[in-house]
Ligand binder design. Structure first.
Ligand SMILES: CC/C=C\C/C=C\C/C=C\C/C=C\CCCCC(=O)SCCNC(=O)CCNC(=O)[C@H](O)C(C)(C)COP(=O)(O)OP(=O)(O)OC[C@H]1O[C@@H](n2cnc3c(N)ncnc32)[C@H](O)[C@@H]1OP(=O)(O)O
Ligand SMILES: Cc1cc2nc3c(=O)[nH]c(=O)nc-3n(C[C@H](O)[C@H](O)[C@H](O)COP(=O)(O)OP(=O)(O)OC[C@H]3O[C@@H](n4cnc5c(N)ncnc54)[C@H](O)[C@@H]3O)c2cc1C
Length: 593
């Protein structure tokens, strides 16, 4: 029984939280095994395959990862070059890397850790290519962990972050696996080589949708941890005189510091609720899909793509703001923030490069816009596309939730309409469909960001209006929700103002409101970060420690630097002293000349 069994952790969420607590700063080298490899076996394997392999995975008798990306392709899955050719004589698939660019490159933990991979390869049978499919491939000997004959495997070298993950390369040379190692829940290859196609070719992409949903929660976790560190430090750090001649002020009392951090605190709460909402939508639609109902698959794909991109972009920008708000100490690894950033910023690239993901959502919005224009019914989350764009804002001094959601709906509807009209205009000019699309993708990215922003604001408001929360807590959360929405308008005013949706007085109201909310939140700021309840062990931060003993911690941290193991470093004897001696000799010579 593993430690988590002993502790009674049954739910995957609890087990993931335990794993992260056990490896808080360096991502676990088994993260992809538990987070992607095992769940994919469960969801993409037949019941028989799942029964056979999932217990091995869960008990770590089989350790795996997800090997899809190649040197030459990461985004364009249909362009992957690894081949899996069925041999009916031997009932095997022959895996091969036919070109340099086809070498698998980036898969996490493939270099040294795993003994199996789920490999995405172009399936060939009876001389025909049927597109990309997943195959379970043993890559190392289960007795001595040596690399299986026919494979070349290695590490890709140092990266910006992700130091705990041995991302690697893997090259196949006519490597044979049993027919039954193809994950056959949705597509099949029969013994005679006949191919049975899936209800939807994109079902094979299901693992990526699942991880994108996980990543929305990662965006919350990483941004909130950075916010905890920065807010706590801002309460401890005193610098400069706010009042002439007075004591040095807590930097959290500077309005500029509040304007940096409190919207990020509000964003952290908004992203937590959005991640939970996204997870609930994923659970419902993915269970429908597993029962064969694919109706909402496009909506799930679009939402997962959009939120993954939106939340990771915002989180990474926000983590950098948190780091810089801690001054010099924020730049030290002692703060814990650089490592948070280095490990999450890859999420803007992996599991779907963010721009590409946003364009997937944009493509969905474009189709929905056309359906809406025809008067067809739209899914609830998209119905705002039919908003009457002639309506102006009714926002008043109170900046009510209703007026804020209406503003975000109007902005997104207007921007989607602008992008779609440009696409249609391009077509009317005679452009081919793909050119008309490509020449409208910049406005589509902006519109999709507005679409995601609306989802998060509306979700926050909905939860506050539906959940039973004690009045005091509801009041503070309402302040955070209002700050998140008002700050988003103030920071993107052009997009809200372009068609005169707000009048000048309303713009002034919003600018006053965002500053007033900073003052409202100031008394509760530390309590709001403490509420995330991250233990010091997980934050690993001298600046964000719960007891606030920052300078003592920094001093101890510095003394522990390896450079302090000796008073005089060997570089003095090897380089500095010889250089100085040479200088003094040359000086003597020049003095004599
Ligand atoms: C260290 C680990 C620690 C912890 C782990 C635990 C949890 C995990 C948390 C974090 C992650 C940790 C580590 C990172 C691991 C990273 C792993 C990877 O990066 S794996 C590789 C990821 N690669 C990608 O995501 C590739 C992105 N590209 C694509 O998805 C596709 O190429 C594309 C961009 C969607 C295009 O696909 P394609 O060209 O085939 O399709 P079209 O664009 O032509 O569209 C056709 C049609 O299909 C619909 N569609 C596309 N994809 C999907 C889908 N997934 N689901 C449903 N429908 C889909 C699309 O909308 C179109 O529909 P239409 O408009 O025609 O109706
Ligand atoms: C930390 C990390 C961990 C990873 N782990 C894994 C793993 O475990 N398994 C795995 O298989 N892979 C993994 N990857 C690879 C990752 O999935 C790919 O890097 C990612 O999918 C992006 O693909 P790419 O590298 O081909 O980027 P590209 O698509 O080449 O991106 C380059 C540029 O091209 C643009 N672009 C590409 N296509 C379009 C388009 N259609 N329209 C507009 N612009 C476009 C992009 O926006 C980007 O600006 C990992 C990557 C990282 C960084």
């Amino acid at each position: 029984m593993d430690r988590m069994e002993e502790l009674g952790f049954r739910s995957e969420t609890d087990r993931q939280i335990f794993r992260e607590a056990a490896a808080p700063v360096e991502l676990s080298p088994f993260g992809l095994h538990s987070g992607m490899f095992v769940p994919t076996l469960e969801r993409q394997g037949t019941p028989e395959q799942s029964r056979k392999w999932v217990p091995l995975g869960k008990s770590f008798k089989m350790i795996g990862t997800y090997a899809q990306t190649e040197l030459g392709h990461g985004t364009f899955i249909r362009g992957l070059e690894t081949t899996a050719t069925f041999d009916p004589e031997t009932q095997e698939f022959i895996l091969d890397s036919p070109t340099l660019s086809s070498i698998k490159y980036w898969p996490g933990n493939v270099a040294k850790t795993v003994n199996h991979c789920l490999v995405m390869a172009q399936l060939y049978t009876q001389g025909k290519c049927h597109g990309t499919h997943l195959f379970l491939v043993q890559v190392r000997n289960m007795e001595d962990h040596t690399i299986m004959p026919g494979l070349e495997i290695g590490d890709i070298g140092p990266k910006l972050g992700f130091d705990g993950v041995d991302n690697g390369f893997m090259r196949f040379n006519k490597y044979r696996i049993p027919r039954m190692n193809m994950l056959m829940r949705y597509a099949k290859v029969l013994e005679n080589g006949d191919y049975i196609k899936p209800k939807n070719a994109k079902l094979t992409y299901g693992a990526m949708v699942m991880i994108r949903v996980f990543i929305v929660m990662d965006a919350f976790k990483t941004l909130s941890r950075a916010a905890v560190i920065a807010v706590r430090y801002s309460a401890v750090r005193r610098q400069s005189e706010l009042r002439p001649g007075g004591e040095e002020a807590q930097v959290m009392d500077y309005q500029t510091q509040q304007y940096k951090l409190f919207p990020l605190l509000a964003t952290s709460y908004a992203f937590l609720l959005a991640a939970e909402g996204m997870s609930q939508i994923y659970a419902k639609i993915s269970s429908d899909i597993e029962r064969g109902n694919l109706e909402d698959m496009p909506q799930l794909h679009a939402l997962a793509c959009g939120l993954k991109a939106f939340c990771t972009w915002v989180a990474c920008e926000g983590i950098e703001v948190c780091r810089m708000s801690c001054g010099g100490h924020g730049y030290s690894h002692a703060s814990g923030i650089p490592k948070i950033y280095a490990n999450i910023v890859g999420a803007c690239t992996y599991e779907g490069e963010n721009t590409v993901m946003m364009l997937q959502t944009a493509r969905y919005l474009s189709k929905c816009y056309i359906r809406g224009q025809r008067g067809e019914s739209l899914p609830e989350l998209i119905q705002y596309l039919t908003t009457d764009l002639n309506v102006k804002s009714t926002l008043g001094e109170d900046c009510s939730f209703e007026s804020l959601v209406a503003a975000y709906s109007h902005r997104a509807a207007r921007m989607v309409a602008v992008a779609c009209k440009l696409q249609q205009t391009n077509k009317k000019k005679g452009m081919a469909g793909h050119d008309a699309w490509n020449k409208s993708t910049v406005p589509f990215i902006a519109a999709t960001k507005a679409h995601c922003h609306l989802f998060i604001v509306r979700n926050f408001v909905t939860i506050l209006s539906q959940k039973k929360i004690d009045p005091a807590t509801h009041n503070v959360l309402s302040q955070l929700c209002t700050l998140y929405a008002v700050y988003g308008i103030v920071e993107n005013m052009g997009e809200f103002m372009q068609d005169g949706y707000f009048n000048q007085d309303q713009v002034s109201i919003l600018n006053r409101k965002v500053l007033a909310l900073l003052e409202d939140i100031r008394p509760n700021a530390v309590a709001l970060v403490d509420a995330f309840d991250y233990p010091d062990h997980l934050l690993q931060s001298c600046l964000g420690r719960y007891d606030g003993q920052v300078y003592e911690a920094l001093y101890e941290y510095s003394k522990s630097s390896p450079l302090n193991n000796t008073d005089i470093h060997s570089s003095y004897y090897n380089y500095i002293r010889p250089m100085m001696q040479k200088r003094s000799e040359s000086k003597n010579i020049s003095a004599k000349l």
